[in-house]
Write a protein that binds this ligand. Sequence first.
Ligand code: ADP
Length: 460
Amino acid sequence: MIRSVTVRWRMTLWFGAALAVILLGFGATTYFVMRHHLLERVDAGLNEELSDVLSEIQRGNDRAAMLGWLDRRFARHEGFDFQVTTPAGERVFANLRLGERRLPIPALGDMGEDSQYETYTLPGAGRDRIVTRTAQGPDGPLVVQVARSLNAVDRELVELLTALLIAGPLALGLTVAGGYFLARQALAPVDRMTAAANQIDAPRFGRRLDVVNPDDELGRLGNTLNSMLDRLERSFDEMRRFTADASHELRTPLSVIRNEAEVALGKPISEAEKQELLGSILEECERLTWVTDQLLTLSREDAGIAPNPREPVDISQLMRGVTDTMRPLAEGKGQRLATNVNGPVILHADPARLRHVIYNLVDNAIKYTPPHGTVNVTVATRDHKARLVVEDSGIGIPPEHLPHVFERFYRVDKARSRAEGGAGLGLSIVQSIVLTHGGTVEIASQPDAGTRCVVEIPLG
Ligand code: ADP
């Protein structure tokens, strides 16, 4: 049930419950300490009177003298009642006020010289505190009793209890109301944040929560939520851009295919023209397939669902494999593809994805290097990391573009890149794969001088 209650009520209820326990403890302690103290005072009075009675009993040499002394001092005593009896219960002396009323005599047992204090409820007369003691009278043992009514004490205790029962709940009520008010004040910023957060949606992603005091708990929460919103906004923008770029990238080959098909259907064409159109359609289909494959690879890397087999891989061997495959391409452009690969460099990695990384980097180097340039590839180990460097003497990347080349669909020169078959996804894929392997990738470039890509992946 308590779960469905608001935080401010929950705080108030906990606070109220804690306070109720404290007040109850405090009230009970006050009551019992007071009661104990009052009874102690009554007992002290009884003890004083008892000593007086005992000393009067000692003074009498015979029963008559003793009764004379007792009568003189205690017959009309205010506040206390006195009763002296034989152990058999025969009354020897009682004060006038006691009259026919008899104080109950407790079981004497082996009381000896001790005084016995007891509280009795006397029918019609309230409670009495009675002290009983045995003493040696002039003609045998006697039971001496002094009593005092507890009515005054009980009245005081009832007054105290009434005060506690009124003041306690009143204090509790006031404090709970105050607590609720304070909790409401303290949590008001949360309500404001909730209202502001409700206003934030896709078209109004730029809005942020108001942070009154950035140093308190709610301020820190607000700041954390705001920076989370910043990150979300960034990825939202990225996603928007990505979707726009992806649809654009897919639309271009589709419109080419559609045009070609319309041309083919629109008029009678020769066999040679047909061959050319179908060839062009096929080429665009290949491009579509290639782009969608790249997108699939990226989204799998993003979602972390790409199969991630880890096995010992010799990256030098992988590099040799890729350069051997690509050498004809480089040589076709009159480029020199030099590999500086020595002994094996073993990594725990996914060989297919590492090949993808190497392929993309070498492919870029060849693509963006003019004929007769050079492409240098090096594999080495440094600081427990495999280090892969692909350098070229190509067209380079202008500094203003350099920070963006790892972004999806980012191309420095769209027309040129597309002509080379690129969709601006190659380096994004490289980065995703390298990050999955716990590594880093860096790119440095000088326009018209060349580009250098360095990938480092921890060994083991
Ligand atoms: P693409 O598939 O278009 O090559 P990439 O993501 O691989 O896309 O690269 C992004 C952009 O970075 C490219 O369009 C290109 O302009 C630039 N680039 C990448 N590698 C090189 C390189 N070795 N030399 C010059 N420019 C490069």
